[in-house]
Every structure is written in C-alpha cells, then in structure tokens.
Design a protein around this ligand. Sequence first.
Ligand code: UD1
Ligand code: CA
Length: 454
Amino acid sequence: MEVTTIILAAGKGTRMKSSLPKVLHKVCGKPMLEHVINAAKGAGSTREVVVIGSGADKVREEISGVEFALQSEQLGTGHAVMMTKDKMANLEGTVMILCGDTPLITSELLQKFIESHEQSKASATVLTAIMPDATGYGRIVRNQSGTVDKIVEHKDATEDELQIHEVNSGMYCFDIKTLFDALDKVTNDNAQGEYYLTDVLGIIRSQGFLINAFVTNGFTQILGINSRYQLATAERILRQRKNLELMDNGVTILDPDSTFIDYDVEIGRDSTILPFTYIENGTTIGENCSIGPNCRLQNTKIGNNVTMQFVYAHDAEVDDEVVIGPYVHLRPGTKINRKVKIGNFVEVKNSNIGEGSKLPHLQYIGDTDMGANVNLGCGTVTCNYDGKKKYRTTIGDNVFVGCNTNLVAPVTVNNGAYIAAGSTITQDVPENSLAVGRARQVNKTAWKDKRQMN
Ligand code: UD1
Ligand code: CA
C-alpha cells in the first residue's frame, strides 16, 4: 500500500533561540529533519511533503528528495497540514504525519505503526508513549472503556489531565479524506490561539469514527526537540545508538562515552576506536585500524590496517597500512598512499604522498606530488606561496632530503636525488645527483682569543 508522509517543519523553533530554523539543527552530524525523512522513507513511505515556513529558503537549500509546501504564517500544526491540501486532493488511503523535530524516530517503529493502523481499520491512529516527564507534550485522554477520546495540549490541560503520562508523539496515520474533512472544522479557540492538529482526533471521534493509539514502550524514539538541552539529549541518545550498532558489527570502542561518531560513518570490523575521537560525516574507515586517542576525522577515507593518534584530518584520503601521528594535520586534497609513515608535528595539504614515503618529524608539505620511498629530513618545508600565488613541488621516487631543507616551488627534485641538510632549493635537481644549496662553512681558528684581545 502506498503511504504519503507529511512532515511539519514550518515552526519558528522559538525555544531554540537560534537564527537557524529548528529542523536544520544537527543531531549526530545531520539536520534533524533529514533523520525524520530517512525514517519515513525507510518505513516504506513513497512520497514526502515537507511543510516549511520559518527559514524556508534555508530548508530548501539543505534538504533534497522531498516536495515542499509553504506555510507562510505559522498558525499551528493543523493549519500546517492544511497547506498540503492541494497536493493531497484526490488521494485515497493512508497519510502519515510526522514532525520535523523528532530525530530519534526509527523506520522500524514507523513501519509497525503504519501496519497497525492499516490492520485496525481505524480512521486515525496516534503514536503515543508513556513519558516519565510529560511536560510540554499533548496528553492522551482516554474514556472509561480505554479508547482515545481526544488530545489535550499541555497549556490547555486541567490539573487532572496534567497527571496523564501517556503523551502524543506528534505522529499520526490518517485516512486522507477523513483528515481533511475534519481539519475544516478545527478552530483556534485555545490557550495558544493556534489551529491544533491534535483537535482533529476529537472531531473524528465525535463523528463516530474509530481512533486508535499505538503505544510504543520506547519513549526515547518520540522525543521532540524544542530546546538546546533537548538537542543535547537527542545527540547523546543517537550517538549511543550509533556506537552500539558499530560494536554489534565488530568494532571495538574503548570508551563509548567519549567517542563521537556521526550517523553515516562506516567502520570495518576489528577496527578499534580510542577515546576522545570525533569521526564526522563522510568518513569511512576500513578493517583492523586503530584510530585515536584524540583524532578528529571529517570526510576522510581511511583504508585497512591504518594506525592514527592525535590526528586532525579533513577531506583527505589515507590508504592501507599507513601510520600517522601524533600531532598531524591532514588538510583538504591530501592523498596518503600505502605504507607511508607520518610522525609528529607534520602538516600536509593538497598533496599526494607516494607509497612507503616517510615524513617523520616537523614537516610542512603543501601542493606537492611526491613519489615512492622518499625520506624527508626533520624540518623539511615546501615554500609553496610567494605572497600572491601558490606553486607545486614535485619530488620523484627514492629521494632523500636532508634536515631543515626549503623547497621553493615551483621546483622538481628528480628520482634518486639527494639534498644536503640545510639547503634552500630553488632550481630543479637532476636524477641521482646531490644538491647543496647553502653557504659553505668557514671556520675562523682561534677567533675567541683574538676577540678577547681587542
Ligand atoms: C506538538 C503537539 C503535541 C505533541 C508534541 C510532540 C500540537 C498542537 N501539539 O506540540 O501534542 O505532544 O508536538 O512533540 O500539534 N509546525 C508547523 N507549523 C506551525 C506550528 C508547528 O509546521 O504553525 C511544526 C513545527 O516546525 C514542528 C512541529 O510542527 O516541527 C511541532 O510543532 P511544535 O511547536 O514543536 O509543537 P509542540 O508544542 O512540541
Ligand atoms: Ca515539538
């Protein structure tokens, strides 16, 4: 059966105190709205209409693969759904309604929810949970026989109703026609002066149709994010879920509480992640790696059997059997090939480091194409910038660079060449030759004695 999903995401998110629309705030590296969309798609939704309003342009820019409906004035959740009416005309069957601010919802739960709605033949099913602290949520009011009568918003609830712990998740399945007929009857006569979607349930019920509640025991799935504190809570829960999933797939995480892995990251089995490590969007790590402690990896591809500690890498690529760190910065456009060793205090930018080469200590390598088995002495620097333009340095295979060498780009050091320590290389170095680019040493004998005489 085809299911269409409407996702409400037009609200201002006043309680976030942010210039960013609430639904674009990230949880584990991804806007919360995107988590909700993915959960819907994963549950079998075939079409998603997202209602946008506050910061609509920003949402359009960030989010793709869905249709948008505009709610230019935010008059409430019921009003928001009304804005999709044109898109829903002539449709039959089930529409699922979700909120863009519940990023912890999973496709597994939504799938069960849709199934339960369709099997029950109810006109509406609301997803509910027993919430230890129900503050802020709409309360599910049941009648004596236990069926759902209506939903009362926190701000409109009586003392008795406030004692109810069963809350509205803000997620519903409706028969499309019944929903839009009932929406026409919703008024804004309530504490917030808004058109509440929740009122639709009472209306449908009073028309004699069946409404059902699907109670989930995992209340964390329905947590709605209205404040920065709730955002941090969601972040923690999702991070735990991600860590657990990785551990279930054979990754060792020494201390999950101090390991921060974004939702889309992939890590191969038998890799170990050490504490204080951040592995962010777009990063993939192969098998048998040891990453951390203290690594921050963003959009970086890492092969198998790689060891890294105290590394910050972004938009970089690291092949198999590489050892890096501590205190290394890999900047965008960097490709580290197999069996390379990078030691302490090294920065590499927009460069290709050939197989088996060694950058053991204190190097800056920028805009460089380096061959295989090169050995860079301590303190090698590529001078890639003349204050106006950047230039490339080319180093062949099996080159040996002595300590404290400057390679002034554009310059080429050909295969097998040697460079004497302390050189400043401004001209190309031919194959297999030795380049010495420094002042010759002069020893002034007995200089100290003469100095003291004067
Ligand atoms: C809503 C429910 C409440 C439920 C809770 C679950 C209503 C009236 N209340 O309350 O019963 O327990 O969610 O998290 O539905 N939005 C629009 N346009 C608007 C107003 C809101 O698109 O005019 C969107 C918001 O962007 C948000 C979602 O609807 O994604 C929910 O709005 P919010 O203001 O957060 O509702 P709650 O007060 O949390
Ligand atoms: Ca909310």
